[in-house]
Design a protein around this ligand. Structure first.
Ligand code: GLY
Ligand code: MN
Ligand code: MN
Length: 431
């Protein structure tokens, strides 16, 4: 039985074509130690295979439609680095029609490519050796044209099919994403309980990631951001080394990866448990913007429209608070808001935190459809040394980020278990 994702991929391939998809490779952390292995999302989506050094070949028109090249069983190596499915496992567990040791990929390539009109292969995807192998093979085949060897005529990015499939989540995938969201929401609640003056940012990071792992998440879906005070105004602050101070806000952007799917949540709350008036001004503006943008989510809306709306709401609010001065329309035209709101409202979410899928089609912003999951994450970041802003707002950074599924009727927020109303946060922290 073929995995449904693979069966659908085959259905969408051009007739008489072949696809080559490599697994991720091990990455060195230092000298001879490696990062924990994380499978390539495309490869994992199609195969469910978790080991490095593998190549999948998909050829729907051939006798052997699905071939896996894998690391062979090896008693000694497995003692050091862990169990392998091997050639037998590739067939029995992962459903390959044929399987070979990965060392044989190069010599089998000519036969696999022969007669295919189109090759699906993603050139320049971080595996230059494999790129070279494929290119050399194509050159060799062209040189042998007189002997009846027929190289593929075109090379197409398999992402054209695969990323469209990945953009629309099935019910099973949504269930995994809900679990990833629930785990991250719990971590954010516990972080709110644990934060107080004197605690280090890394202690909060450790608590969050402990909850992720304890709950069966593979890892954080991206580097956890724990930024107290003005650190919250640095968008990708991951040092997490400072001490939390009374009177400061704490911005936490943390999401879990569960069974290959990401969650991505940001919450911002006061270290001491109560918002100051100035913090509340900014927070309520960002929250109002976020809620109104979430309400726009439904089949047919574009992320572009939502982003533009967020710019209008935030710019209008910033004029009201004295962060910007002038006519709202003109300020938007001149992109003055970018001083304090420099990123986009949101992105697709899935196996990758910034997930695949086209944002534009036919040169136009693309309307979303049911099954798409996106983040909605407006923010305002007022640097400590920002010019021409009221003193009380300097050093305040606020972002609020939820994960939202597009449904046939509208939307469902996956991350409701992480509190974001001022009263909810203050009462949770008072306990
Ligand atoms: N944590 C990455 C993002 O929010 O896009
Ligand atoms: Mn995000
Ligand atoms: Mn985030």
């Amino acid at each position: 039985m073929l995995r449904p994702q693979l069966a659908e991929f085959m259905r969408r391939m051009e007739p008489n074509s072949v696809a080559i998809l490599p697994a991720a490779r091990e990455a060195t952390r230092s000298n001879d130690t490696e990062y924990r292995f994380r499978q390539d999302s495309d490869f994992y989506y199609l195969t469910g295979f978790k080991e490095p050094d593998a190549v999948a070949v998909v050829a729907p028109g051939k006798q052997e439609r699905y071939t896996l090249f894998v690391r062979p069983r090896d008693k000694e190596k497995e003692t050091w680095t862990g169990r392998r499915a091997g050639v037998e496992g590739a067939k029995e567990i992962y459903g390959a029609d044929a399987a070979y040791p990965v060392e044989e990929f190069q010599e089998k390539l000519a036969e696999l490519l022969d007669g295919a009109r189109q090759l699906y292969y993603r050139l320049g995807n971080g595996n230059p050796e494999l790129d070279q192998t494929v290119i050399r093979q194509l050159a060799r085949m062209r040189a042998s044209g007189r002997r009846g060897v027929r190289p593929p005529q075109s090379i197409v990015d398999p992402g054209t099919i695969l990323h469209e499939l990945r953009l629309f989540k099935t019910d099973e995938e949504i269930a995994l994403m809900q679990r990833a969201a629930d785990i991250a929401a719990e971590a954010h609640r516990e972080a709110m309980r644990a934060a107080r003056p004197g605690v280090k940012e890394y202690e909060i990071e450790a608590l969050i990631e402990y909850i992720f792992r304890r709950s069966g998440a593979n890892a954080p879906a991206y580097n956890t951001i724990v930024g107290g005070g003005a650190n919250a105004t640095i968008l990708h602050y991951i040092n997490n080394e400072a001490e939390l101070k009374d009177g400061d806000l704490l911005l936490i952007d943390a999401g879990a990866e569960y069974e290959g799917f990401a969650s991505d949540i940001t919450r911002t709350f006061p270290v001491g448990g109560r918002f100051t008036d100035a913090q509340r001004d900014i927070y309520e503006l960002v929250l109002d913007c976020q809620e109104r943008c979430i309400e726009m989510v439904a089949p047919g809306v574009t992320l572009e429209e939502m982003h533009e709306r967020s710019v209008e709401i935030l710019t209008d609010g910033m004029v009201r608070l004295g962060l910007l001065r002038g006519d709202v329309k003109k300020l938007i035209e001149e992109e003055q808001y970018k001083k304090f709101y420099m990123h986009r409202l949101g992105h697709y979410l899935g196996m990758d935190v910034h997930d695949v899928g086209l944002y534009h089609t036919d040169g136009q912003p693309r309307p979303v459809e049911a099954g798409v999951v996106m983040t909605v994450e407006p923010g305002l970041y007022i640097a400590e040394d920002a010019d021409g802003v009221p003193d009380k707002y300097r050093g305040i950074g606020v972002r609020i980020e939820d994960d939202v599924l597009v449904t046939p009727e509208g939307y469902r927020v996956l991350t409701t278990e992480a509190p974001k109303q001022v009263e909810e946060i203050e009462s949770l922290m008072a306990r």
